[in-house]
Design a protein around this ligand. Structure first.
Ligand SMILES: Nc1nc2c(ncn2[C@@H]2O[C@H](COP(=O)(O)OP(=O)(O)OP(=O)(O)O)[C@@H](O)[C@H]2O)c(=O)[nH]1
Ligand SMILES: [Mg+2]
Length: 457
């Protein structure tokens, strides 16, 4: 799969008004298009590579000046796509950029598909698929931790690690295949040696696969569910944590009927807070549906904040909530501690809950402590911060399949099965590993990956 070098173009900066907007052109005709539409100051006709020229974009047919711009021609392969690339830095405005783009198209380019520039960088071998995907992650990063992970991926740290694993699998494969070819003669591979190699490969794969939990958390954030019976102050807690009146709060039990979500950051980790309808015997169909939605969220929650009301005795409804969530990761949050205490905390102690935090959502008491507890709970789940993280389900699936094949190869050797089986499994392992870096990827997979990009990237 290679690009055919036809010339593509796009507005690469976000649409709207701004100081500068960039139009990017890539392909064989990039330079000739520039020459048709751009007149450099001083009438220069020769463009040195990687140098900025000030001048005007002039509509080729009507000879009308559209904008004063900077333009740069970058000769391949030292470019983003490895093809010839031109970038035009114009003023950012809808009409200006649209007019320039029309000139470019009339002069022989076509509009790029989403992610097509990056796709070309991949197809022309400048970056592997992992790095191409990291470009999207960098664009979408909201927190420093997310950005750091994505940049490491772009720098190729994960690719290098995977390449080392690939080389190790290949070495094992060579050992095995040599043995197959010379089976009648006296070349004899030490089974122990191959098994040791495979064990190390598996260990490396384990570590990367395990990093997915942390990687995913950094990328997508954790789901923290606020759950409890009606009127205990769930929505008040959401509002206090997001510091905004996001959810309606009233003294009437059954106020919240739908799921209400917002994002907060605690020490650089992203947390999706999810407020839900209070759980009790529903009084009507709307409330019933709301409660059902709340229950459905339980499965996906990384953590459940089980809210209780300090000013009222522990009720059957509280117990009903507890019954549903008792096997999950929960923090018990006793709210309304600004009011006289009526709840029997002894009941909670009997339940051997790991953590109980006391707060007042109304008076802003104990919220810092609660945030700290949430952070420790979630980060405690991840081991020490790993330097290499995977964040994509696609990578994780492929690594798991790689590991499966390595495990099978190991079993084959232990069970003294024909070495051809071992060789088959190791080739399978290489295939799945290759899916991650794009070596063995089909056009279809590539398309689904690059479709997620915006146009111009
Ligand atoms: N005194 C006191 N009142 C509170 C506190 N937190 C919430 N409330 C009050 O408790 C009532 C219910 O609060 P909500 O936040 O709507 O409770 P909820 O759990 O979301 O209720 P539903 O959505 O009906 O399930 C409101 O009148 C709040 O002002 C608190 O810490 N102290
Ligand atoms: Mg509510």
């Amino acid at each position: 799969m290679k690009t055919d070098g036809d010339t593509i173009c796009a507005i690469s900066t976000p649409q709207g008004e701004g100081g500068i907007g960039i139009i990017r052109i890539s392909g064989n005709n990039a330079l000739s298009i520039l020459k048709k539409i751009f007149k450099a100051r001083g009438n220069k006709r020769v463009f040195s590579s990687h140098r900025l020229y000030l001048g005007y974009i002039i509509e080729p047919k009507k000879k009308k000046v559209i904008d004063e711009v900077f333009a740069v021609f970058m000769a391949g392969p030292k470019t983003y796509t490895r093809e010839d690339v031109v970038e035009i830095y114009s003023h950012a405005g809808y009409a200006v950029q649209k007019s320039i783009l029309s000139c470019v198209i009339e002069s022989g380019a076509r509009i790029a598909e989403p992610g097509e520039f990056t796709k070309r960088a991949f197809l022309n071998g400048r970056i592997d698929l992992l790095q191409a995907e990291s470009v999207l992650d960098i664009i979408k990063s909201e927190t420093d931790a997310e950005l750091e992970t994505a940049v490491n991926q772009l720098k190729g740290i994960l690719s290098q690690k995977l390449n080392r694993i690939k080389e190790n699998i290949k070495d094992a494969l060579v050992d095995v295949e040599t043995q197959i070819d010379f089976s009648d003669e006296d070349i004899f591979i030490e089974k122990k040696e191959v098994l040791k190699r495979l064990k190390n490969i598996k260990k490396d794969l384990d570590a990367i696969i395990e990093s997915y939990y942390e990687g995913r958390a950094i990328k997508n954030g954790f789901n923290v569910l606020i759950l409890g019976r009606t009127n205990v102050g769930k929505s008040s807690l959401l509002n206090a944590l997001v510091m905004e009146d996001k959810a309606i709060v009233t003294p009437i039990p059954g106020t919240t009927r739908d799921i209400i979500e917002d994002i907060i950051h605690i020490k650089g980790i992203k947390i999706k807070l999810i407020d839900t309808a209070g759980i009790r015997k529903p009084e009507n169909i709307v409330e019933d549906l709301g409660i059902e939605k709340a229950r459905q969220k339980i499965e996906d929650a990384d953590l459940i904040l089980w809210i209780l009301d300090s000013s009222i005795e522990y009720t059957d409804e509280d117990e009903e909530v507890y019954r549903v969530i008792k096997d999950k990761n929960i923090i018990a949050v006793i709210n309304k501690i600004d009011l006289p205490e009526r709840i029997d905390k002894g009941i909670l102690k009997q339940k051997r809950l790991h953590t109980i935090v006391e707060i007042s959502a109304l008076k802003n008491i104990g919220l810092e402590k609660l945030k700290d507890t949430i952070y420790k709970n979630l980060m405690g789940k991840t081991k020490k911060r790993q330097s290499i993280l995977i964040t994509s389900l696609r990578h994780r699936d492929a690594l798991i399949k790689t590991r499966e094949a390595v495990t099978k190869a190991t079993e084959n050797i232990i069970n003294e099965e024909p070495l051809e089986f071992v060789s088959f499994e190791l080739n399978d392992a290489l295939y799945h590993l290759g899916l991650i870096t794009g070596k063995t990827c089909s056009e279809e997979i590539l398309n689904t990956i690059f479709e997620r990009f915006c146009i111009g990237k």
